[in-house]
Design a protein around this ligand. Sequence first.
Ligand code: FES
Length: 66
Amino acid sequence: MPVDRCICHEKPFTEIKQLAIEKGYTSVEEIQNAGLSSTSCKMCEPYIRAMLKTGETSFVPGFHLK
Ligand code: FES
């Protein structure tokens, strides 16, 4: 099952990406400060970081640990 959302905020990465583009956010910190995602368990943080870097919104679980 791919990782494609922030579970704590109940938001898919597609929605977070769109909101980040609209607001001009380019860092995880800006997204966190705006309360869009990654403010609770933070398990999604490396995926959000990858989303901002690559534009992708669906990831293989744990890819960032390799
Ligand atoms: S999954 Fe995003 S903060 Fe928990």
